[in-house]
Design a binder for this molecule. Sequence first.
Ligand code: NAG
Length: 361
Amino acid sequence: MIGLFMALGLLAISPCTANARIHERNSVLPSLSGTPVDMTSSQGGTYPRANFLSDGTLLGAYATTVEDNKQLVLVKSSDSGETWSLLGTAATRPTNASDLDNSYPLQLPGGRVLLAYRNHDKDPVSGDYTAFRIDISYSDNNGATWAYLSTPASMPGGPDFTPGIWEPFLRNAKDGSLQLYYSKENSQDDQDTIERISSNGGADWGDELTISGQDLTSRDGMTGVAQIDGKQLIAVFESRQGGTFQIDSITSADDGTTWGNRQIVYLPTGTGNNAGAPQVVDVGGTLCVSFMTDEDTQLHDWVNGAGAKLITSGDGGATWGRKIEVFSPQTVWPGVVALDDTSFLYMADKNGAKSQKIVLS
Ligand SMILES: *[C@@H]1O[C@H](CO)[C@@H](O)[C@H](O)[C@H]1NC(C)=O
């Protein structure tokens, strides 16, 4: 009898405790700390991304144009994003014959640094894409010099619209393998999120696994992945299902082997507005999603009119809120990296690649 009473007591207590914790986490508010920092030494640049190296420095990457060439540039910060300095370049190709962009840096557990990026060919006269590639380059000196490693995915080009591949994202899995995520077009209105796995540090890659969009005519893209509170994974991506872009998520309870539980993360306010290009980071148990939206300007000329915003979830992605603007319009291609349990860097192209510290309190 006492045992039963105690069991009922525990049942009654544990949901209250969980709710109190969720309530507490959902009262954690994000705010801007300091002013934006130019990541590019006045060089300009777009699509900034960064990750920490094991020595505590931040390795950043962005795409820029230098004279007639497109270039993927690496930068570093030894003070958590307060200042950045130029480090090296991973690839340089003529602007009229190629399309280099979407770089994403990640250090492997053994110390080698990888950069995944799109490396497409273009016809210099017509401007048509003649080949689509996701390429990986590597550096064994923390990002100073780079060499080609592999092409995990490629697709043929062609005249007018031809389906392509875009926006790679890398993640070290718990079992020591390497995960690559990217977006693959089936048609102009249908794009899926793909995952591939490498068990030899990115040299060779397994088959493509479609993890979102396989059962929908939806344009899913620009995927970012984070671990929720040290447990399951969440992937966020933009999705256009007939109308305009919104932010959706899926989760994985087995470290990225299988995915499901598709949810809406953010619907833009107003009518005919977009929210897209999300990335996600776990900051001390609070999920933070960066995205861009034209909901304030309502220009309806995506991506023109977009500014960069942030929403958070204190309950592992079940509910989202506490939205703030980080960069006013015109801003594109935001990314995020955690600094510690209460702060992170929000990066975006606002007249060039900038980083802005955000604190949660
Ligand atoms: C492409 O750009 C290069 C300079 O990088 C130039 O020499 C070449 O003439 C250009 N090709 C066309 C077809 O415009």
